[in-house]
Design a protein around this ligand. Structure first.
Ligand SMILES: [Zn+2]
Ligand SMILES: [Zn+2]
Length: 392
């Protein structure tokens, strides 16, 4: 059984109602106007000093406690995904083509629940509370936008926490890990250029389709042949665009993809290799290749000391035997930009059903959470923040 305080218990219905309201009104990255409005209004009503419009739709709330002390940052993401919901839930999305399929509705509601409880505690605590409600996590550009807009100006947090629901682990568990937990992400673009012509006369054209096929095959060797077997890298080509008709050799082939790593040096080396391989293979086949990359986010690196604190808090909430040591994920989260500035711990709160029915994974049209995870998440945030604010 989880150890949930009465102050969280009495707010469970409100948190679930808010989560369902947000779930019905999902908003994509940088369009979270309604969501940000609700967040700002609630924080103001609780006495927080609120800043809005940070990196378009980001919101922060600052509260000074009763005496000087440490500063703790709690971050939640607020955006939804471009997915048509298929859960059939009574609180399903009312916005066609948009859905909270990653649980950010629950993150927002849990963080607001924690903000309310901590605001009531503030007179007896020290230091400062900083809440960050971040837009556009799914496209990995919201955190950087908020920081560039000065979201942390005037505050210097000593520790930071964020949670993500996780259907792969059951409700009643919390996964915590020190060090690398999520990879960096680059968006890759490769344009292979040849010379178009008649599909029946390849000898008088320069075929970029065949060259592109070989580029894709050769790129598979970067991880399998050039990367240390014990280091993690993912290189996926995920989109391929070429041609208009069965009898026309096109001029160009466009590809996009993604590179994920934990290690910044490995990332740099693989980007060099990517360019060398694409250009070299294309050139051998009389084509050219132009490679671009957009650096979306660094890897999420959990601070050892803050993670140790989080692990103790998680054990208080769910019991030590329910604190799971989670393997690093090859997904990404731009919370990494905050963790570059503040020692942080990003933890996963189990949200999978325990009644034997399988839970759809995040980013699936049938994704839903077991809402009883929300009390656990809010309890974790409140306790973690309190531990920091009680330090002198
Ligand atoms: Zn997501
Ligand atoms: Zn997410």
């Amino acid at each position: 059984m989880s150890n949930i305080s009465s102050e969280v218990q009495v707010r469970c219905n409100d948190m679930v109602a808010l989560r369902r309201d947000l779930h019905q009104h999902p908003e994509l990255g940088f369009q979270e106007v309604r969501t940000a409005g609700i967040v700002a209004e609630r924080l103001r009503a609780l006495g927080y000093t609120v800043r809005t419009g940070l990196g378009k739709t980001g919101v922060t709330g600052l509260l000074q406690c009763g005496r000087p002390g440490k500063t703790v940052l709690l971050r939640a993401d607020i955006d939804a995904l471009p997915i048509q919901e298929q859960t059939g839930a009574p609180y399903a999305s009312r916005h066609p083509g948009a859905m909270h399929a990653c649980g950010h509705d629950a993150h927002t509601a849990m963080a607001l629940g924690a903000a309310e409880i901590l605001a009531k505690d503030a007179p007896s605590l020290g230091g400062n509370l900083v809440f960050v409600f971040q837009p556009a996590e799914e496209v990995l550009i919201g955190a950087d936008a908020m920081l560039r807009a000065g979201a942390l100006e005037g505050v210097s947090p000593d520790a930071a926490f964020a949670i993500h629901v996780m259907n792969r682990i059951p409700v009643g568990t919390i996964a915590v890990r020190s060090g690398p937990v999520m990879t960096s992400a680059d968006k890759l673009g490769i344009t292979v250029k040849g010379r178009g012509g008649h599909g029946a006369n390849p000898h008088s054209a320069v075929d970029p389709v065949v060259a592109a096929a070989q580029v894709i095959s050769a790129l598979q060797t970067l991880v399998s042949r050039e990367t240390h077997p014990l280091k993690t890298a993912v290189l996926s080509i995920t989109m391929l665009k070429a041609g208009t008709a069965f009898n026309i050799i096109p001029d160009t082939v466009e590809m996009t993809g993604t590179l994920r790593c934990f290690d910044a040096d490995l990332r740099a080396a693989l980007l060099d290799s990517l360019k060398r391989t694409a250009e070299g293979i294309a050139s051998a086949l009389r084509c050219t290749a132009a490679v671009t990359n957009e650096f979306l986010t660094p890897a999420v690196l959990n601070d050892p000391a803050v993670t140790a604190l989080a692990r103790d808090v998680a054990a208080e909430v769910v019991g030590a035997d329910k604190v799971v040591e989670w393997e690093p994920l090859t997904g990404s989260d731009d919370v990494a930009y905050f963790w570059e500035r503040v020692p942080g711990c990003y933890a996963f709160v189990g949200s999978g059903r325990t009644d034997g029915t399988p839970s759809a994974a995040g980013h699936n049209a049938k994704f839903d959470i077991d809402e009883s995870c929300m009390a656990i998440g809010a309890e974790f945030l409140v306790r973690a923040a309190r531990v920091v604010l009680q330090q002198r």
